[in-house]
Design a protein around this ligand. Structure first.
Ligand code: SIN
Ligand code: MN
Length: 269
């Protein structure tokens, strides 16, 4: 799957790109069917919400489940990634961010490179975050909020927030967020913040310095999103402070599986 020029232009301009209908409903149904067992596992890679005890994020899932192993190597994710970064790429992180109905908690404004750099010693903001919606994501169930163009601010100061949620995060100061949103509004008054919504099966790509966050899920609808982070081997982490499931250390070039691998797996079931 190749991104059109118009799509790469939008990605460069905004720092993110939404890909409707990247995966079909039957493929998503197969992925969703794996979640209850994964979320029920007593694993340190399942990070629990501070208040509710629900799983916030299930990490390292390509090593825990054969279907997610295929999704982490799926050509509909790998081919666009290679188009943007045409060099050997390794799997840095694979997870499902769950954001359960009524209780899924906030992700503060942040950009991922701040964590990748401070925690893992990644030199440059070259990683790509590739998402697949496993639920329909609407304005009520805690969609990601993006600030268009905020990736162009590069690697600015971030603060280590270990208190707000169960997942320590390097977050962006509110005054900086205010300025970024004002900048985006100066380009398009309707797009100071963009909520990334769409049907299950929607894909997303965003850059490592794009500022994003997400609100609590007050709705009765779960909002699970698969996330794959790929990083160039030439830009690998230099520190192994965090557990492997937060930054994998298998520094080999990721190899794509067949495009129909999920469907054929479903037929075998
Ligand atoms: C993230 O920033 O990695 C997660 C945000 C979310 O799942 O809402
Ligand atoms: Mn993030």
């Amino acid at each position: 799957m190749k991104l059109a020029d118009q799509q790469t232009t939008a990605l460069e301009r905004d720092g993110f790109l939404i890909l409707p209908d990247l995966f079909g409903l039957n493929e998503v149904a197969l992925l969703r069917s794996r979640l209850p067992a994964l979320l029920a596992e007593d694993s340190p890679a399942n990070i629990i919400e501070k208040a509710s005890g629900e799983v916030r994020t299930a990490m390292g899932i390509h090593l825990r489940d054969e279907v997610f192993e295929k999704l982490a190597r799926h050509p509909r994710l790998l081919e666009p990634a290679r188009q943007i970064r045409p060099e050997p790429l390794y799997i840095q992180q694979v997870k499902v961010n769950v954001k359960a109905a009524f209780s899924g908690e906030v992700w503060q404004w942040h950009y991922d490179f701040a964590t990748h750099h401070h925690e893992d010693g990644v030199p440059q903001p070259l990683a790509l975050n590739l998402h697949v919606f496993l639920d329909d994501v609407n304005e009520f169930n805690g969609p990601l909020y993006f600030i268009p163009g905020s990736h162009k601010f590069g690697a600015h100061q971030a603060l280590h927030d270990t208190a707000t949620t169960s997942y320590p995060l390097w977050v962006v100061d509110r005054q900086v967020v205010r300025e970024m949103i004002a900048n985006a509004e100066a380009i398009d008054p309707q797009r100071g913040i963009v909520a990334a919504t769409g049907k299950r099966g929607t894909g997303l790509i965003f850059f490592d310095t794009l500022v994003h966050g997400s609100p609590v899920n007050l709705s009765p609808w779960d909002r699970s999103i698969f996330s794959l982070i790929l990083n160039p081997l030439s830009n690998a982490s230099s520190r192994a402070r965090r557990p492997d499931f937060k930054h994998h250390r298998d520094f080999t070039d990721v190899q794509a599986v067949a495009d129909n691998c999920l469907l054929s797996a479903a037929e075998l079931d």
